[in-house]
Design a protein. Structure first.
Lengths: 359, 451
């Protein structure tokens, strides 16, 4: 083909590059106007968000904290679950079952965010408000009981380490039993305390974190699974040959080998959670405040994305005002986070590839 | 470690893995069940005679004689209610001052409740708002209205340490000992006769325009708007995406420039959707002036940018998956590289490319944030094709948000909200399902050709 044709193709291909460039230019251009008007200091350090006040105040610290809080909350939920699910998917389940599970994950990923938001607002929020305590207690049991079991098993192992082989054999199960009961009693009290909690409003950070967690899960699972698959058979077989059980092989060999890829999965998941708009807009309560204490997920929060979506409708009429431009400053923050996340995941993935193939 | 413990931990790991998968499946079930169940009630529900009267008067649907007969029957069943209230009003007028002060507001309140339950009183002037012209069209709403008539809502503040709790006292207590006492029993017993509920399938929900802020009618403007936006986005994104993919696989080398391009594609994929919305507003509308204000065109362009990376990646993978022998055979027969690409490689990669397109259609249909500032309005008529260049449109995702947060009567139109969510989810899932099937067939074909 002629050089001209090639050039045309290159031009079309570079649409995405041009788009990225334009997005950066147009967001930053309007953001700069805001920073010139009001400066960085108030924007980043004040928690007073009164865009319509006289004088208007544009402190976004509480909003940034809100974004961070729901992101952390969703990651705390999605990362452990997603990584374990990915391990199960790549090494545990037979091929036929995997063929069924994969579409489930795809469907979970494809459901529109507004449907998730609708569920959070119309179904989950009233449920939390009415029987929040009971739900929290159930969740505490569901997470606590398996954790107590694992804890007692591992703890017994550690405690009996100095003993001789025969003593260990004799005392193992009694120790596990005692520890397990102790841990379960602890869980019982924790669940009791959780059960007494009242959730004043169902539209809060916990609600959003759970839903965002579910939305992020498919990303975490599929990227982690790719990373785990990329670790070759040889490493796995070497592990088995040394007498490792499957769990030991997974946690001691495959997981460390795939750690970069799983890192990338977490980063991509976080990126998705930070940028998500509809769910947080509908169900986070939209209160520009830092919860007390800061990790209290039961309080309503406000996020960057929700503020942009919510305020633009009114700010649009006053194009050129600080109120309009502050939203672009927020978008610039979001853009920065997503660029950093992207570069980080790109870097981490490259390292993984080098580690597995180049090493 | 003792081998017993090791085995237990191994089992524990297996159970945890399976449990996490099950939890994920459970999340899907928990999410979809209420949406499907309550969404289906927008289509299939117990419709009252008011629904059929509405259909006849506004959409000219149904048999006029049947409906009018039914309306007359219902009117007859309602007659005693009106008679009782009128008689009581006369009683009140002849009462002493104190009792009149007591009963006049009570009977007005009852009157308002009855209007909500049965529609406007016969003989009164026809109200302007459609929602006031008809009684409840759905049996579930009629039950709510009946409850409002039968009970007075109040708050109990007797315990000062807690928030007031809602209590319902029977309204009949207010009229104890008057001629209105039998009314409440009559209402409860004869509501069926007054409203004639009947299980109805209202498929028009999908294809009827909405009336009076979604209190009546269907969701056709939203469905059509979503279709326009999705197809418009594809119109822009598909050619660019597919050509970019072909270039990246077939022509581009491994230079720095191409590396940069690839980074740009993944960067674009990571830009938050709300930022796309802001960009669409600032660039397409405020700078390029593709349309005077929000329009389907601007929204489509914004959505096209959003799905571009998905299409590029999917198409790249599909083109890359075409076996090398195809290329070599085509080139060996003397085809030019471009000809080989267009005539041989592209058809072979087509199912894979289609899968990517279908998936990104689902994504474009469901995205809300990019269209808030560029294309979506809350209320609007279905657009004709040429209007999409200049006019904004309602769209399913935006109207779901709008109806469940900003509508004046959020609780009364739950069925519309659920119906919309169901329509959107069904659309997106159908697209994804066809993508899954397409890919499964493709896999089968590739495997078949290999053996």
């Amino acid at each position: 083909m002629s050089l001209f044709g090639q050039l045309l193709l290159l031009l079309i291909t570079s649409t995405s590059a041009v788009a990225v460039l334009l997005i950066v230019v147009f967001i930053v251009k309007d953001a700069v106007v805001f920073f010139k008007m009001c400066g960085f200091k108030e924007f980043l350090t004040s928690t007073r968000w009164y865009p319509t006040g006289e004088p208007a105040e544009f402190g976004t610290l509480a909003i940034i904290v809100g974004s961070g809080l729901v992101t952390l909350g969703s990651a705390a939920f999605a990362v452990p679950l997603g990584v374990v699910a990915a391990m199960c998917l790549s090494d545990l389940l037979p091929f036929s079952v995997r063929q069924i599970v994969k579409p489930v994950i795809e469907v979970l990923a494809s459901i529109p965010s507004v449907a998730y938001g609708f569920f959070a607002l119309v179904i989950l929020a009233p449920m939390m408000q009415e029987q929040g305590g009971r739900l929290l207690a159930i969740a505490t049991w569901a997470a606590g009981a398996p954790a107590a079991l694992l804890f007692s098993l591992l703890m017994a192992e550690v405690l009996l380490r100095p003993c001789s082989e025969s003593q260990r054999r004799r005392f193992r199960w009694p120790t596990v039993l005692v520890l397990g009961v102790a841990a379960l009693i602890l869980v019982y009290f924790a669940a009791g305390a959780a059960g007494r909690l009242q959730i004043p409003s169902g539209a809060n950070a916990l609600n959003v974190s759970i839903i965002l967690g579910v939305m992020v899960l498919p990303t975490v699972v599929s990227v982690s699974e790719d990373a785990l698959q990329a670790v070759g058979r040889e490493l796995r077989e070497a592990g088995y040959a040394c007498g490792a059980t499957r769990a030991e092989m997974m946690f001691r060999i495959v997981l460390p080998a795939a750690s970069s890829g799983i890192c990338a999965a977490v980063i991509l998941g976080i990126m998705r959670a930070v940028g998500e708009t509809m769910v947080v807009w509908m169900a986070s309560g939209n209160a520009a405040q830092i919860p007390k204490p800061w990790f209290n997920l039961l309080e309503p929060v406000r996020t960057l994305t929700a503020t942009i979506a919510g305020d633009m409708g009114e700010a649009d009429h006053v194009t050129g005002s600080a109120r309009y431009h502050v939203l672009f400053a927020m978008a610039a923050c979001l853009l920065t986070v997503s660029f950093i996340c992207n570069l980080a995941s790109e870097y981490v993935m490259r390292r993984q590839r080098r580690k597995l193939h180049g090493g | 470690m003792i081998s017993g413990t090791r085995k237990v931990i191994d089992k524990y790991f297996s159970v945890a893995g399976v449990a996490s998968i099950l939890l994920m499946a459970a999340a899907l079930v928990v999410l979809l069940t209420p949406i499907i169940y309550r969404g289906s009630k927008a289509f299939i529900f117990r419709a009252t005679v008011e629904h059929r009267r509405f259909m006849l008067e506004k959409f000219e649907r149904g048999n006029r004689d049947d409906v009018e007969g039914e309306v007359a029957e219902a009117r007859q069943a309602r007659e005693p209610v009106y008679a009782m209230v009128d008689a009581f009003r006369k009683d009140v007028a002849s009462m002493g001052f104190v009792e009149r002060r007591k009963y006049a507001p009570l009977v007005d309140e009852l009157d308002a409740g009855l209007t909500r339950l049965l529609g406007p009183w016969p003989g009164t002037q026809r109200p302007v708002l459609i929602r006031e012209q008809y009684g409840p069209t759905r049996w579930d709403r009629a039950q709510v209205a009946l409850h409002e008539v039968l009970y007075v809502e109040g708050y109990d503040y007797s315990d000062p340490t807690r928030m007031g709790t809602k209590v319902y006292t029977p309204r009949i207590e207010e009229f104890r000992g008057t001629s209105l006492e039998p009314l409440f029993g009559y209402l409860e017993e004869h509501l069926d006769d007054m409203l004639h509920p009947r299980l109805t399938a209202y498929w028009g929900f999908l294809f009827d325009p909405s009336m009076d802020a979604h209190m009546f009618g269907g969701i056709w403007p939203e469905v059509l708007g979503t279709v326009y936006l999705t197809l418009g986005a594809m119109l822009f994104a598909v050619p660019f995406g597919v050509i970019a993919a072909i270039y990246l696989v077939e022509y581009a080398g491994e230079g720095h420039l191409i590396g940069l391009l690839r980074v740009c594609v993944s960067t674009l994929a990571g830009v938050p959707s709300i930022v796309f919305g802001l960009f669409g507003l600032a660039f397409f509308i405020n700078t390029m002036h593709v349309s005077p204000s929000k329009s389907v065109l601007a929204g489509s362009l914004t959505l096209a940018l959003l799905v571009l990376p998905t299409i590029i990646r999917a198409s790249e993978e599909a083109v890359r998956a075409v076996p090398h022998t195809y290329r070599e055979a085509a080139l060996g027969l003397g085809a030019s590289k471009w000809r080989a690409t267009v005539r041989v490689i592209l058809p072979a990669a087509l199912p894979g490319i289609l899968t990517g397109i279908v998936i990104s259609m689902g994504r474009a249909a469901g995205e809300t944030a990019p269209i808030i500032f560029t294309a979506a309005v809350s209320v609007g008529k279905p657009l004709a094709l040429w209007q999409t260049l200049t006019e904004a449109t309602p769209a399913l995702p935006w109207n779901i948000y709008n109806l469940c947060t900003e509508h004046e009567a959020v609780d009364e139109i739950r069925h519309v909200q659920f119906g919309m969510v169901l329509a959107l989810v069904a659309l997106v899932l159908l697209l994804n399902l066809s993508a899954i099937v397409l890919r499964a067939r493709l896999m089968g074909k590739l495997r078949g050709s290999a053996s």
